[in-house]
Design a protein around this ligand. Structure first.
Ligand code: PMP
Length: 427
């Protein structure tokens, strides 16, 4: 056990999970690569989710942050904050939500917390709908809408939550259905649930479940839900913490794959926009955002240095069409991984879109999740110089691939070759 690992164990909570038997200390990064404290170099296929949206140590972002740090680091929502106004204007316009207002937080959890505060106040109801296998954070209220027991450490919640089918298609009663039948079955389930409960304030959902294993609900699922919700005045909150900013390639936001009925009522974001600095936030129509009687919710969200980072990062993303890159490079990677999967009996499914790809592992010849295989692949790829993630269900048997959005074709091929070796070594 390294000295730092021992110190980590002795002073931090036992439940603070670490990847790898010999946990990694990342000391620096550049582009799509990171280095550990022993000088080992890794291609990073997971940093995109762990907040690096564009590239590690992107000079444009570093410069904007250091210039801001050299001027002032003061932060209070009691004074005008120019970079906060500028970033809010850009996000409001990109969100697709009419008459949008933006409130910044410091994390995705806090963004969802705020969205729940808004939705429950606006609708005067503390009943919520959430998806099975969902993950929305671990604050006292976010735990109450996180459907995945493995990620939800307590059942004591201030909310009354009902869980809807639809996020996962690989298992469950509707697993064998085609897209249209699956959507129809989930809509029926939703209507049935609504018959048993007080009117809920909102349905919160990740367009593609992140921690849940990069599941891929059929396009249009949430549009179909939306119709049922809108008839009853129930709000739709899209949690875009992992799916936002062009990661899914075809769309800037995940909700756009379900867009027949227009944008969500509220949208939450975090992680990637700050490229490693702590930004989260919620976007909502003005009438919803302004339903609170408050002078602020947090005084620390929107601090100038994170806003400067967000502005530089977003400009880089748009100017270099990284959404298009996610579509092109992600498409090639998906094809390559599907070809490998066809020859590896442990792989049940390769799914996702853009640079958000999941590989579901099972015990060969069965439908049973294989978390040991997922851990083995994680260790083997690390030893070979590639970082990936895992997640999915209550027993984490899906591999998660989410590189920075500037990933090149050569790097995609290099990473796919390492992953292929690890997957083949399972049998
Ligand atoms: N929502 C989703 C979809 C997430 O994936 C996460 C983090 N994994 C969160 C919310 C919570 O974000 P944070 O960790 O920044 O609090």
């Amino acid at each position: 056990m390294s000295d730092l690992y021992a110190r980590h164990r002795s002073v931090l909570p036992d439940w603070l999970a670490l990847y790898y038997e010999d946990p990694l200390e990342i000391t620096h990064g550049e582009g799509r690569h990171v280095w550990d404290a022993d000088g080992n170099k890794y291609l990073d296929f997971f940093g995109g989710i762990l907040t690096t949206m564009t590239a590690h140590a992107l000079p444009e972002v570093t410069k904007a942050m250091s210039e801001q740090a050299g001027r002032i680091l003061h932060s209070s929502t009691l004074y005008l904050n120019r970079p906060m106004v500028e970033l809010a204007e850009r996000i409001a316009q990109l969100s697709g939500i009419p008459d949008a207002r933006v409130f910044f937080t410091t994390s995705g959890t806090e963004a969802n917390d705020t969205a729940l505060l808004l939705a429950t106040t606006y609708r005067r109801s503390n009943t919520l709908l959430a998806m099975r296998n969902s993950y929305h954070g671990r604050s006292f209220s976010a735990v109450g809408i996180t459907g995945n027991r493995g990620w939800s450490p307590t059942s004591l919640s201030p909310l009354q939550t009902l869980y809807v089918h639809g996020g996962v298609r690989t298992r469950g009663p509707y697993a064998s259905l085609g897209d249209e039948e699956f959507i129809a079955a989930c809509v029926e389930d939703l209507k049935d649930l609504l018959g048993h409960t007080r009117p809920p304030a909102a349905l919160i959902a990740e367009p593609i479940q992140g921690v849940g294993g990069f599941t891929s609900p059929p396009d249009g699922l949430y549009a179909a839900f939306r119709e049922v919700l809108a008839e009853r005045g129930i709000l739709w909150i899209a949690d875009e913490v992992q799916t936002g900013w062009g990661r899914t390639g075809d769309h800037f936001w995940g909700w756009q794959a379900h867009a027949q009925n227009g944008p969500p009522d509220l949208l939450t974001f975090a992680k990637g926009i700050g490229n490693g600095s702590s930004i989260g936030g919620v976007v909502a129509r003005a009438e919803i955002m302004n339903c609170l009687d408050a002078n602020s919710i947090s005084t620390f969200g929107g601090t100038q240095i994170t806003m400067a980072a967000g502005l530089a990062n977003l400009s880089y993303l748009l100017e270099h069409d990284l959404q298009g890159n996610a579509r092109r490079v992600g498409g090639l990677l998906l094809e390559r991984l599907r070809a490998v999967a066809a020859q590896v009996p442990h792989v049940r499914e390769v799914r996702g879109r853009g640079l958000m790809l999941g590989v579901e592992l099972v015990k060969p010849g069965t439908d049973e999740a294989d978390p040991d295989a997922a851990s083995a692949v994680l260790e083997a790829t690390r030893a070979d110089g590639l970082l990936i993630g895992k997640g999915g269900g209550h027993n984490t048997s899906a591999l998660r691939i989410a590189p920075p959005l500037s990933l090149t074709v050569t790097e995609a091929e290099e990473g796919a070759a390492i992953l292929e070796r690890a997957l083949r070594s399972l049998s």
